[in-house]
Design a protein around this ligand. Structure first.
Ligand code: ARG
Ligand code: GLU
Length: 709
């Protein structure tokens, strides 16, 4: 019976690992090749990653610090998402040149806009250096000793390798510290904005549709990588030339059918697939619901005021997007984990792990692991909750968060060097200008009242001291806003313009700054010192648990959690059933944009020019064979944050689209992947080219690419 249980659980765990799950290391893709080809792939692992000849990896880039991009021409032309290029588009925008609203297209290379500070990183080589990094690291070391030894080994290895290469060398842990890989990267620093559609195409659906299918967002922007004459990275210079990659991606106009093999090649940031059940339960059923509840209350307040006033709508648009992105995602995590029994599945697996660990003395070191996880997570919970309140309730009171910027200034003394003070003042002046541009006090007052009432429901030991002195929240908030200088741009500027060290008293007495300090001290003195050591112990248990799983199932091919290194993930183009009785088709079309159109709702305004093309059905060669213009599609490919802008490729390794989101019903895939419900969302490359060519008249860009009809 026991044996049967074990076999069942292993079967289950392997089944869970099949079909879509897994973020694979490109240099080890030969182990996936067979499965990928069985699913329909017509190229080889070596075509995707090779250090001996050009391969698809040469076209994939880390765009800035948080997105993926891909090179699609021999002239360094690069595609990524509109939301990834957003900051750079905004930086180049002004009232006269509002590229966010109107879009931007460089009609020749001289019109391309430099983006100093933006980098594009290309992986040149990856090496398994586990043995070297874990050299002389022993089981009996404390966590500190272990980390010190690892750091020392890393330092030596990096300096050795740096001697033989021109590339940037770094080393990252994989499998929760059981393996280490070295990365050789080339970092390009001359990257220019080439084009982007207007926001009502690039952000169509906005926050209303964020994380949601069916989706109609033309989420792309276009850049170009420049290099010096020898093709090496160089800072901006008019003499630089378009970078010629070892390989660029070919673009397919054939589209994808339901069931077709597809893979995503990019930079997923973070997943946690090997957590114990207790951790998943805590995340999905304790922490996320608190954050969702608090943020939901704030978003309700924003909505009320945003609906009433156009100016306020714009002022709070970006704040709304920021809070709303996590809010919607975490809601999906909780729903998904519970609906698809994520915790139970983990528990079931853990039972078999326990049995296995007792089956031989050799495995006894794993036996108590799960019990210890339970203890540690139980100990961690109140501090995690406290932290969640701090960041979501406390620091979302804008006046307190803003006052926090002045914390350092409030500690200036007569001995502080003038130069340092001047620097602080200059940066605070910028922060002040930015803050008041988008500040609407009635919103903040209401948020403060609501959030403090929520915060006060926490036990007194688990909240900052200033809260314990509040008797009446309304009265406190009214006092706060009437007494604090941080509601008045004039007062703040006056302080900055005439700052002297003897003025810090006024700052120190400000109730908003005092509240901020109380929160930060609470974090520094109460939360962090307790949470830090527990987290360290959890890390070491987690490392052992990962190793145990690998020992228990030596035949299983494990995929390491995402860690912002280049990965290949694969699955099929397919729709899904979000609920009983409901089925989603895998693609959307321009028809859907016209259905959603509503001139009164900001997120659903449609460009007249797009309507014109739609009415004439002027889609050229970008139409699907069904005659419609496909806009976006879903696939069962495992992706996460950071995969934005990643290419989704077909069986021949040709570009089908740009990944930009997931369906909220499947956002639990960061913790537990379920092939029935987890879907990534991509914009169809044919829509991207249609917008470039037919909508924007930038056909010269399409002409640079290698198009496969
Ligand atoms: N949900 C996507 C992500 O996590 C897209 C966010 C940007 N788009 C938006 N409408 N807020 O990054
Ligand atoms: N929009 C996300 C990003 O910016 C991708 C969505 C996801 O989390 O899968 O990376």
């Amino acid at each position: 019976m026991k044996k049967l249980f074990l076999t069942l659980a292993i079967l289950l765990s392997s089944a869970m690992a099949f079909a879509g799950e897994g973020m694979w290391i490109p240099m080890l893709l030969q182990y996936n090749e067979k499965e990928m080809q069985e699913m329909g792939m017509r190229i080889t692992a070596d075509d995707i990653y090779s250090i001996n000849h050009s391969s698809l990896k040469d076209a994939i880039v880390l765009f800035g610090g948080g997105c993926t991009g891909e090179i699609v021409s021999d002239y360094g032309l690069l595609l990524t998402n509109h939301h990834c290029g957003y900051d750079w588009i905004q930086k180049h925008s002004s009232v006269e040149h509002d590229y966010l609203t109107d879009g931007f297209w460089a009609m020749d290379r001289s019109q391309e806009l430099p983006c100093p500070g933006l980098t594009v990183t290309i992986l040149r080589e990856m090496r398994d250096v586990t043995e070297k990094i874990l050299f002389k690291v022993t089981e009996d070391m404390t966590e500190e000793q272990r980390q010190a030894k690892i750091n020392e080994n890393m330092k030596h290895l990096i300096s050795d390798v740096e001697k033989e290469t021109q590339y940037k060398v770094s080393i990252k842990p994989f499998f929760l510290g059981n393996e280490y890989y070295l990365l050789l990267n080339e970092v390009f620093t001359d990257v220019r904005l080439v084009g982007c559609p207007p926001s009502n195409i690039g952000k169509f659906g906005g926050d209303t549709d964020n994380w949601v299918w069916p989706r109609h967002t033309g989420d792309f922007s276009v850049f170009r990588v420049y290099a010096d004459k020898d093709g090496h990275p160089a800072t901006y210079s008019a003499d630089n030339v378009p970078y010629k990659p070892a390989k660029h991606l070919d673009v397919s106009l054939k589209g994808a059918e339901e069931g077709d093999f597809a893979f995503v090649f990019g930079y997923p940031a973070r997943t946690s697939e090997y957590l114990p059940a207790v951790a998943v339960d805590q995340e999905a059923n304790v922490i996320d619901p608190i954050a969702v509840d608090l943020r939901g209350k704030i978003l309700d307040i924003y909505n009320t005021y945003q609906e009433k006033d156009k100016k306020v709508r714009i002022q709070y648009a970006s704040k709304h997007a920021g809070l709303g992105n996590g809010w919607k995602k975490w809601m999906g995590v909780t729903e998904g984990i519970n609906h698809f029994h994520g915790v139970e599945k983990k528990r079931f697996y853990e039972e078999s792990f326990k049995e296995w660990s007792q089956s031989s003395r050799m495995f006894h070191r794993y036996t108590n692991l799960l019990k210890r996880f339970d203890e540690k997570y139980k100990a961690l919970e109140p501090y995690r909750v406290a932290y969640t309140y701090l960041t979501n309730a406390g620091l979302n009171i804008e006046i307190m968060d803003f006052a926090g910027n002045f914390n350092k200034l409030s500690q200036v003394t007569a001995d502080t060097p003038q130069e340092e003070v001047d620097k602080m003042i200059a940066s605070l002046k910028n922060a002040t200008k930015a803050f008041f541009k988008d500040y609407y006090q009635p919103i903040d007052e209401e948020v403060a009242k609501t959030m403090l009432n929520e915060y006060l429901k926490q036990p007194a030991d688990f909240r900052p001291a200033f809260l314990n002195e509040i008797k009446d929240v309304d009265a406190y908030v009214e006092q706060l806003f009437s007494k604090s200088m941080f509601t008045s741009e004039e007062q703040v500027n006056d302080l900055l313009d005439h700052f002297k060290p003897n003025k810090v008293k006024k700052l120190q007495k400000d109730p908003a700054l005092q509240a901020y300090q109380s929160m930060i001290n609470f974090y520094k003195e109460e939360v962090n010192p307790k949470m830090g050591p527990i987290n360290k112990e959890i890390d070491s248990l987690q490392r052992l648990y990962m190793k145990g799983q690998m020992v228990m199932e030596p035949e299983k091919h494990f995929s390491p959690d995402a860690n912002f290194t280049l990965r290949v993930t694969y699955g099929k183009v397919e729709g899904f059933k979000p609920q009983d009785g409901k089925k989603y088709r895998h693609f959307t079309t321009l028809e859907g944009i016209m259905e959603k159109e509503n001139p009164d709702i900001y997120d659903y305004v449609v460009e007249p020019r797009l309507k014109e093309l739609y009415n004439k059905k002027d889609y050229g060669r970008y139409a699907d064979k069904d005659g419609t213009m496909h806009v976006a599609f879903t696939a069962s490919v495992h992706t996460t944050g950071g995969n934005s802008g990643s290419p989704i490729l077909n069986a021949d390794g040709q570009l089908l689209g740009l990944n930009f989101d997931r369906c909220w019903e499947g956002t639990m895939s960061d913790l537990v992947y379920d092939p029935d419900i987890c879907r990534n969302i991509s914009v169809d490359i044919r829509y991207v080219l249609f917008i470039m060519d037919k909508f924007a008249g930038a056909k010269h860009l399409v002409d640079e690419m290698t198009i496969v009809e």
